[in-house]
Design a protein around this ligand. Structure first.
Ligand code: NAI
Length: 338
C-alpha cells in the first residue's frame, strides 16, 4: 500500500520499510477533461500517487491554471497542462494510462443515457487521438454513459487497428465504493475491511452489487439487501439531486477513479493479485461487455473472474439488467459506426 512506502525522488527508488529496494518504473498518466468537476480532484489525487512520474492534464480550457496549481505539490510527478486539440498529441504521447472524465455531467431528471449525444462525440474524438498517439495505453473510461462509451471506444480502436481488449476499462469503481460504504453502515462492520463485488454495467438497474458475497459477513434481511441494492443503483441520482442542478458526483468519483488508476499502474508494474471490478470486453455472460472482477497485470486485463455464486435475488437482477445493458452496448456500437 502507498502508506508503507516512502519515496526518494533523487534515486527513483522505493524503500520498503528499510528492507529491499526496488526501482519504480517511470509511468505517464494523462487525464483528459482535467479541468472539470471530476478532473480537478482526480488530477490532485494522481499527483499524490508515487507510481506516477509524469502527469499530463488535458482539457479544452483552463488546464494551464489547474496544472500550475497541482504542480506545486512536492510529490514525484512532473506536471504539465495542455489545452486545446492542437496540444492533445503532446498530452497523450508516451502515456501508460489515460483517464477520461471529459464530458457533460447529469442534471436532475436526466439519466446517464440522456448524456449520450454530447459525450459520445467527445469520447469518439479523444479515442481517435489515443489510437494515433498512445495506442498501447490502458484507457480508463469515466465519461457516461459508460455502458455505451466503452463500446464506442472499442469500435474506434478497431477501426484504427489498435484495439486490444485487455487495455480498455469502463470505470465502475464508484459503484463498488458506494456499495462498500452503504453495506458497512447497515451491517455495522468496519468500512475499511468491507469487500463487495459489483457486476453488470454502470447505470440504474444494470449496476448489480453482489451483497451475498460481501465480507465481513453480516446477517442482513432480504429487505435490507434490497434497499442496499437500490441505494447503490441510485447512488449517482442521490448526488445529482442533492447538488440540485450543479452536476453529478465529482469528489467521490475522483477518489474512485484514482483507486482504479492506481490498480492499473500496480498491474503494469507487476504487483501480483491486483483485482478490481471493471466494465470490460467479457465472456462472463452472453453480452460482449460486462463488469466483473478483473485481475490486472502487465498488459492490462490478466484474467476476468467469474461471477461466483449468486442469490436468487441477484440471479433475478442479472436477468433483468441484460436487455438494458445490451441495448446500451448496441447504441454505442451503432453510434461509432454511423
Ligand atoms: P464537468 O462538466 O465538470 O467536467 C467535464 C470537463 O470535460 C470540462 O472541464 C470540459 O471542458 C471537459 N471537456 C469537454 N469536452 C472535452 C474534450 N473534447 N476534450 C477534453 N475535455 C473536454 O463534468 P464532471 O462532473 O467532471 O463529469 C465528467 C463526466 O464523468 C460526465 O460524463 C459524467 O457523467 C461522468 N461521470 C462518471 C461517473 C462514473 O462513475 N463513471 C461518475 C460521475 C460522473
Amino acid at each position: 500500500s502507498i502508506k508503507s512506502l516512502t519515496y526518494s525522488s533523487s534515486s527513483h527508488l522505493i524503500r520498503r520499510r528499510g528492507f529491499a529496494t526496488e526501482s519504480v518504473p517511470d509511468r505517464k498518466v494523462a487525464v483528459l477533461g482535467a479541468a472539470g468537476g471530476i478532473g480537478q480532484p482526480l488530477s490532485l489525487l494522481m499527483k499524490l500517487n508515487p507510481l506516477v512520474s509524469t502527469l499530463a492534464l488535458y482539457d479544452i480550457a483552463n488546464t494551464p491554471g489547474v496544472a500550475a496549481d497541482v504542480s506545486h505539490i512536492n510529490t514525484r510527478s512532473e506536471v504539465a497542462g495542455y489545452v486545446g486539440e492542437e496540444q492533445l498529441r503532446q498530452a497523450l504521447e508516451g502515456s501508460d494510462v489515460v483517464i477520461i472524465p471529459a464530458g457533460v455531467p447529469r442534471k436532475p431528471g436526466m439519466t446517464r443515457d440522456d448524456l449520450f449525444n454530447i459525450n459520445a462525440g467527445i469520447v469518439k474524438g479523444l479515442c481517435e487521438a489515443i489510437s494515433k498517439y498512445c495506442p498501447n495505453a490502458l484507457v480508463n473510461m469515466i465519461s457516461n454513459p459508460v455502458n455505451s462509451t466503452v463500446p464506442i471506444a472499442s469500435e474506434v480502436f478497431k477501426r484504427a487497428g489498435t484495439y486490444d481488449e485487455k487495455k480498455l476499462f469502463g470505470v465502475t469503481t464508484l459503484d463498488v465504493v458506494r456499495a462498500k460504504t452503504f453495506y458497512a453502515g447497515k451491517a455495522k462492520v468496519p468500512v475499511a475491511e468491507v469487500n463487495v463485488p459489483v457486476v453488470g454495467g454502470h447505470a440504474g438497474i444494470t449496476i448489480l452489487p453482489l451483497f451475498s458475497q460481501a465480507t465481513p459477513k453480516a446477517n442482513l434481511s432480504e429487505e435490507e439487501i434490497k434497499a442496499l441494492t437500490r441505494r447503490t443503483q441510485d447512488g449517482g441520482t442521490e448526488v445529482v439531486e442533492a447538488k440540485a442542478g450543479k452536476g453529478s458526483a465529482t469528489l467521490s468519483m475522483a477518489y474512485a477513479g484514482a483507486i482504479f488508476a492506481d490498480a492499473c499502474l500496480k498491474g503494469l508494474n507487476g504487483v501480483p493479485d491486483v483485482v478490481e471490478c471493471s466494465f470490460v470486453q467479457s465472456s462472463v455472460t452472453e453480452l460482449p461487455f460486462f463488469a466483473s472482477k478483473v485481475r490486472l497485470g502487465k498488459n492490462g486485463v490478466e484474467e476476468i473472474l467469474g461471477l461466483g455464486p449468486l442469490s436468487d435475488f441477484e440471479k433475478e437482477g442479472l436477468e433483468k439488467l441484460k436487455p438494458e445493458l445490451k441495448a446500451s452496448i448496441e447504441k454505442g456500437i451503432k453510434f461509432a459506426n454511423q
